[in-house]
Design a protein around this ligand. Structure first.
Ligand SMILES: [Zn+2]
Length: 82
């Protein structure tokens, strides 16, 4: 992760608006908006723990770990066997 992103996340968590973040990091507001959506996309995308299919979680919901109930079942089942 780029250094700007780390600072960006901190500022955002602190509740600063786009303008303030742009000024603090010395980047344009468009850059702030773009970084925002990139970080959101990165946070919402992941892989199924069982079959490694890429999955996208729904914003505001708990992050998904499996693409389907079948994969969840297979995953925990393989644990119980060993
Ligand atoms: Zn799966």
């Amino acid at each position: 992760m780029k250094r700007v992103d780390e600072q960006f996340i901190k500022l955002r968590q602190a509740g600063h608006g786009y303008k303030r973040i742009a000024r603090t990091l010395n980047i344009s507001i468009d850059d702030v908006k773009r970084t925002c959506s990139e970080l959101d996309a990165a946070r919402l995308s992941g892989q199924c723990k069982q079959c490694h299919t890429s999955i996208t979680s729904i914003k505001g919901k708990k992050r998904k770990q499996f693409c389907s109930d079948r994969c969840r079942w297979d995953y925990w089942n393989s644990f119980n066997k060993s």
